[in-house]
Design a binder for this molecule. Structure first.
Ligand SMILES: [Zn+2]
Ligand SMILES: [Zn+2]
Length: 392
C-alpha cells in the first residue's frame, strides 16, 4: 500500500483496515525473541548510544529497550490526517469492533501483519474516522511514497554521529531511509559492522564510501572495536539463527562467533549537557560517582545529561530529600537533545544556594519540543542538590 493510494481512495483504506483488523490479533500476540532481548540487554549494560529500528511492531520496547527511535513509526498507534492527533491502536480496534458487529473474517496472515481477504469480505467492512474530528485515520507508520519526518531523521543522524561504532542487525539496507545512516557513519570514519543473512546495500563495494564497512555475516569482523559487542550478542542469544519477523526482505539474522575481545563501554562521544567535552570526562564522572559538581550549574547540566542517558539513580540521589519523588519512570519516548542555560544566580563554589534558568530541547516520536524551568539548588552536606522549580 502506497501513501498516495491510501490517502486517495476510500476503497483502498477499507481494504487496508479490514485486512489489518483481522491481522492485528496476531501482531498483538507477537512476543520479543532472543534478538530483541539481546539488544535490550546491550542497552541495559550501557553499551549503546541509541537504537534505531525500521521495525514497526514495538517488540524492542516490549523486550525492555528504552532509547528506541522508530524510524518508520509504530503500529501501536494511529494518526488523524486532519487534526494530527495520535491515539492508541487498541482504541481504534475497539471502535472497529463496535462498528462491525457480526463481521467476521479470516485469512492467511502475511509477515506485515495483515490478512489476505476476499473482495466480498472487505466490502462488508465499515471504517471509522477520527473520534475527534472524523478525519481519515492512518496507522502511525511511514508508508511507501511517504517521507520519514525530518526531525526524526535528524535525531537518528545525531545518534549515529555520537556513536563510536555502528552495528546493523538484520537489515538488507535496501532502501535509503536505513542506508543513509551507514553512509553517514562511513563518511565520519565510524566503524560499521553488518550482521545479516545475505548481502546488503551497505556492503563494501556497493557503497558511496567503499572499503569502510566491514562485510559481516559469514566473515569475522575485522574491526576490533566491535568484537566485544558481537561477543555479547552471541552470548546473549545463545547462538544460532534468531527468527526475526519484520517488514520487507529481512527474515532472520545469525549470531556468529568471533575472536575474544574486551567489552568496552560505549558512552556518547560528546556530553549531552552541551559542554565541549566527551561524556566520560564531563558529566560521566559525576554519574559514576567519581566526582561531585562544584557549582549549581554543573549539577544542573549533569542532571540534564542523566535524563539524556537515562541514569535514574543519579537523578534521585541529586534530588533534595524533601522534593524527591519515590521513583522516576523516565518516558522512553522522550529523547533529550540539547540544553540552553539562560541565566544563573549564586551557586558558585562559595555559595550555598543558587538558581539556574534553562531551556531543554527534546524529541518525542520525531516531534521537537522544549521546556523551560527556573530551578533552585542548595548545598546538602557540602554537595549540590536540586530543590525543585521556582514559582512563576
Ligand atoms: Zn482528527
Ligand atoms: Zn556534561
Amino acid at each position: 500500500m502506497t501513501y498516495q493510494r491510501f490517502v486517495g481512495s476510500a476503497g483502498a483504506r477499507r481494504r487496508y483496515w479490514a485486512r489489518s483488523h483481522v491481522g492485528w490479533r496476531q501482531i498483538g500476540e507477537a512476543r520479543p525473541n532472543a534478538g530483541h532481548r539481546a539488544v535490550a540487554e546491550l542497552e541495559r549494560r550501557g553499551l549503546l548510544a541509541g537504537i534505531v529500528t525500521q521495525n514497526v511492531d514495538g517488540l524492542h520496547q516490549a523486550a525492555g529497550a528504552r532509547g528506541v527511535i522508530e524510524l518508520h513509526g509504530g503500529l501501536d498507534r494511529v494518526v488523524c490526517l486532519s487534526c494530527r492527533e495520535r491515539t492508541p491502536r487498541a482504541e481504534l480496534e475497539r471502535r472497529l469492533r463496535e462498528a462491525n458487529p457480526g463481521w467476521e473474517a479470516s485469512g492467511q496472515i502475511n509477515p506485515d501483519g495483515d490478512a489476505v481477504l476476499t473482495d466480498e469480505q472487505v466490502a462488508g467492512f465499515r471504517v471509522v474516522g477520527c473520534a475527534g474530528c472524523d478525519g481519515v485515520l492512518k496507522p502511525d507508520v511511514v508508508f511507501f511514497g511517504e517521507n520519514v519526518p525530518r526531525p526524526r531523521v535528524d535525531e537518528c543522524f545525531a545518534v549515529v554521529g555520537g556513536a563510536r561504532a555502528l552495528l546493523v542487525l538484520g537489515s538488507s539496507l535496501a532502501i535509503k531511509s536505513g542506508l543513509q545512516f551507514v553512509t553517514k557513519a562511513a563518511a565520519l570514519g565510524i566503524p560499521i559492522a553488518i550482521v545479516n543473512q545475505g548481502p546488503t546495500g551497505g556492503d563494501a563495494g556497493r557503497h558511496a564510501h567503499p572499503g569502510r564497512p566491514a562485510r559481516s555475516h559469514a566473515d569475522r569482523p575485522r574491526l576490533p572495536a566491535l568484537t566485544g559487542l558481537l561477543n555479547t550478542i552471541s552470548r546473549a542469544a545463545a547462538q544460532g539463527v534468531w527468527g526475526w519477523r519484520s517488514k520487507g526482505a529481512v527474515q532472520g539474522w545469525r549470531a556468529h562467533r568471533c575472536g575474544r575481545g574486551r567489552m568496552g563501554r560505549m558512552p556518547p562521544r560528546t556530553c549531552p549537557c552541551g559542554l565541549p567535552a566527551p561524556y566520560r570526562d564531563c558529566c560521566g564522572r559525576f554519574h559514576r560517582g567519581e566526582a561531585a559538581p562544584a557549582t549549581a550549574e554543573q549539577l544542573m547540566r549533569s542532571r540534564f545529561s542523566a535524563f539524556g542517558v537515562g541514569d535514574e539513580a543519579y537523578l534521585l540521589r541529586t534530588w533534595h530529600p524533601s522534593a524527591r519523588p519515590p521513583r522516576l519512570d523516565l518516558d522512553r519516548r522522550v529523547r533529550w537533545v540539547r540544553l540552553e542555560v539562560l541565566e544563573s544566580t549564586g551557586g558558585s563554589v562559595v555559595h550555598t544556594e543558587g538558581t539556574v534558568r534553562f531551556r531543554a530541547h527534546y524529541l518525542e516520536r520525531g516531534e521537537a519540543g522544549e521546556m523551560e524551568e527556573h530551578s533552585r539548588f542548595v548545598r546538602l552536606d557540602g554537595r549540590w542538590v536540586y530543590a525543585g522549580a521556582l514559582n512563576g
